[in-house]
Design a protein around this ligand. Structure first.
Ligand code: NAD
Length: 281
């Protein structure tokens, strides 16, 4: 029977550990503040922002909320980010993506001070990760490493195949698995013989954004499968990039959707906020 990796429990454990840490820091007079900026009112973004604020509240991190209208100009957003960069009371800055079409996301990300870039998207932090230096790491891949470690799954020496090469999941994931001494293969939409390559994996990480794409014939017997995808059916029930029912009998461990990778992203964001406050001391 497959071991179901409990992302909900692991993320709650991390949040509780952070809560204790934040309380101890408060005793020393250190407050932590995250600035959250949302431009426009995309419903999915509003839910994500709301969840981030709730997590801050639970852990004891102050959140400053900037809800800007869709008509905000790029110059106005840049000015706000620069002002927050200069504000010593703000430890982390998060600009909820996607931004409206008239804004250049890359430029906005580059405007955030790398020391406050708790999403880990700034090129300086991405570069630091690729050369093994300290910096903020993108929250979803960092959360997957925690899921594996806290579930007692050995990474070192394992064949890891990652399907998907996005800047926020696939690429940083590959760097993190390499840092953990896995042998890493990255697949993408142009990969030939995807099934054969995926079948080599001891640890298969799927982040492609295609509903139930990975079936049992992509999975080696006894592999660990991590499903990053999130989709919703007509009843608003979420499911992943992996056909969970089809692969379940063939894997040694698997993340469910919901309750696998999803809850880890916010937990790691909170960890990055705490780390930001510590590094600024
Ligand atoms: P993306 O669209 O930016 O990238 C998808 C990647 O998959 C691309 O690199 C592409 O080459 C590859 N791909 C697409 N079709 C493929 C195919 N047929 N075969 C092989 N590779 C293929 O997506 P993303 O931002 O990395 O997100 C992937 C999924 O993860 C989405 O469902 C997204 O909603 C989800 N996601 C979840 C979380 C979380 O917190 N759980 C965080 C980020 C993304």
């Amino acid at each position: 029977m497959a071991f179901v990796i409990d992302g909900k429990k692991i993320s709650n454990d991390i949040k509780d550990e952070l809560k204790e840490k934040v309380a101890a820091l408060k005793e020393e007079g250190i407050e932590i503040t995250l600035a959250v900026i949302q431009v426009g009112n995309d419903p999915a973004s509003s839910i994500y922002v709301g969840n981030k604020k709730k997590a801050c509240e639970y852990i004891g991190i102050n959140s400053l909320s900037y809800e800007l209208p869709e008509t905000t100009t790029q110059e106005e957003l840049v000015a706000l980010v620069k002002q927050l960069n200069e504000n010593d009371e703000v430890n982390g800055i998060l600009v909820q993506l996607p931004l409206p079409k008239h804004m250049n996301e890359e430029l906005i990300i580059r405007t955030i001070s790398p020391r406050k870039d708790v999403d880990g998207f700034h090129p300086q932090n991405v570069g630091a990760l690729s050369i093994g230096q300290k910096g903020f790491v993108s929250c979803t891949p960092a959360g997957i490493i925690e899921l594996l470690k806290r579930s007692g799954i050995t990474i070192e020496g394992k064949e890891c195949v990652i399907i998907g090469r996005s800047n926020i999941v696939g690429k940083p994931m590959s760097m993190l698995m390499l840092r953990e001494n896995a042998t890493v293969t990255i697949c993408h939409s142009k990969t030939k013989n995807l099934k054969e390559v995926a079948k080599r994996a001891d640890i298969l990480i799927v982040a492609i954004g295609k509903p139930r794409f990975v079936t049992a014939d992509y999975v080696k017997e006894g592999a660990v499968v991590i499903d990053v995808g999130i989709h919703r059916d007509e009843n608003n029930k979420s499911f992943g990039d992996v056909d969970y029912a089809d692969v379940y009998d063939h894997v040694s461990a698997i993340t469910p959707v919901p309750g696998g990778v999803g809850p880890m992203t916010i937990a790691m964001l909170m960890k990055n906020c705490v780390d930001a406050a510590m590094q600024n001391q």
